[in-house]
Write a protein that binds this ligand. Structure first.
Ligand code: GLU
Length: 430
């Protein structure tokens, strides 16, 4: 009904494509509305991004030719504060994907209680095909193009898939050059010398560990000896694997875009990290047995951590996994049908909007430190992260218990109540 097509407007940009991340998000919203009481009258707010900017990003390549890339910045909701969310460089980035990712940031920030709205950006590009200079030109031009809607009080980008501290440094510099000052608070995830925060690089993986530890305790799953399977061995997956291994768990399987491995005794996480740094992926690592990519999902494990892209946990894979606990390191890794199958099978899912919120939580610390120009120690950051995420997890766990719903629906209830209350209190302008 809400997305009815008309002859004049056959396809609005908010109409979802089947099985797309935006459709997954809308299905999650449908599940939460019945629990929102009177606030549900503002529910349409959740289905419509406040603002979506599409930008052309032309750059001069090293060979003198000019190439155009398509970039986006979507501000899904700004009711609770400035927009906040990462920037992704990936060949499959679309407006619709960025819309979904921005909406999940709205929910994530509210679920954790951070004073931010939700936003996300991206460029459709395969960054590994660009030289360092081309990557810099791409980043600087993109930043200039979205400069009309970002700012320390407006919308604060951060790293996401294939972006890192160096890219944040170029974004900060470009924005600063354009305003004629140095605005460290315009992005987070910067190098520490430029107003970055200690602990930010590992924060997302650390959050996966903290929320995973809390969940495991509640289902009597000891971490000592637990078998962990990780999909995606980038910043999030590799840090989560490292922290689980430190707690006595075994990394029994890993899969990324280059291949998949298993080992019953457990893979040596530090050696695998060194291999990935050198070769760009897990393929070719000698400390485990290579398996077909699809066999990854049926390796016997207790904890499954999808830490790659959206839509990876399909219905078939949800039936296949032997895990008791799924920790969503990625954004949107589980399709709604797969969510139901996991629930029926008694598998506990810690949803992305709380599980991977460690990154944006330390981004919040970074933003606060930049404003006060007073920087905290790494121990202080990790302790505060643990406290905030542990507290948010407890609140969502109790909500799930009270309403007899999944942790995902509970997280959405907690978050959407906060967002829509802010929306209702602010009122409509004009
Ligand atoms: N890209 C991360 C996420 O998906 C972090 C965003 C941020 O720090 O603003 O949560």
């Amino acid at each position: 009904m809400l997305h009815q097509a008309s002859p004049k407007n056959p396809l609005s940009y908010i109409d979802p494509q089947p099985d797309s991340p935006w459709q997954t998000y809308l299905a999650q919203v449908d599940r939460v509305l019945p629990y929102l009481g009177d606030l549900a009258r503002w529910g349409e707010t959740l289905r419509r991004p406040k603002r979506a900017l599409i930008v052309d990003v032309p750059i001069e390549m090293d060979d003198g030719t000019v190439q155009h890339f398509e970039g986006y910045r979507v501000q899904h909701n700004l009711s609770r504060g400035p927009g906040k969310g990462g920037v992704r460089y990936h060949p499959q980035v679309t407006l619709e994907e960025v819309m979904a990712l921005s909406a999940w940031m709205t929910v994530k920030n509210a679920a954790v209680g951070l004073p931010f709205g939700g936003a996300k950006g991206g460029i459709r590009v395969e960054p590994s095909r660009l030289s360092r200079k081309e990557l810099e030109r791409l980043t600087r031009r993109y930043t200039s193009e979205i400069g009309i809607i970002i700012g320390p009080q407006q919308d604060i980008p951060a790293p996401d898939v294939n972006t890192n501290a160096q890219i944040m440094a170029w974004m900060m510099d470009t924005y600063s050059m354009n305003i004629g000052g140095t605005a460290t608070g315009v992005v987070t995830g910067k190098p520490v010398q430029l107003g970055g925060s200690l602990g930010r690089v590992k924060a997302t993986g650390r959050g996966v560990f903290v929320t995973g530890r809390e969940a495991a305790r509640r289902i009597n799953l000891p971490l000592e000896g637990a078998r962990v399977a990780v999909q995606g061995f980038g910043n999030v997956g590799s840090t989560a694997a490292e922290l689980f291994a430190q707690a006595g768990a075994k990394l029994v399987a890993v899969q990324d875009h280059t291949g998949a491995l298993q080992s019953e005794q457990g893979l040596d996480v530090a050696a695998l990290q060194a291999h990935v740094l050198q070769h760009g992926g897990v393929a070719g690592f000698k400390g485990g047995q290579a398996i077909a990519a699809d066999d990854f999902w049926s390796v016997a494990c207790d904890i499954l951590i999808p830490a790659a892209l959206e839509g990876q946990v399909t219905e078939a894979r949800a039936r296949q996994t032997t895990a008791r606990l799924v920790l969503e390191g990625a954004n949107g890794p589980t399709l709604p049908g797969a969510d139901d199958i996991l629930a029926e099978r008694g598998v506990l899912v810690v949803p992305d909007v709380i599980c991977n919120a460690g990154g944006v939580t330390v981004s919040y610390f970074e933003w606060v430190q930049d404003f006060s120009s007073f920087f905290w120690s790494e121990d202080e950051i990790n302790a505060r992260l643990d406290k905030i995420l542990g507290g948010a997890f407890l609140h969502i766990w109790d909500t799930a218990d009270r309403l007899k719903v999944s942790l995902r629906t509970a997280a959405f209830v907690v978050a959407c109540e906060r967002v829509l209350e802010a929306r209702a209190e602010r009122g409509l302008y004009p």
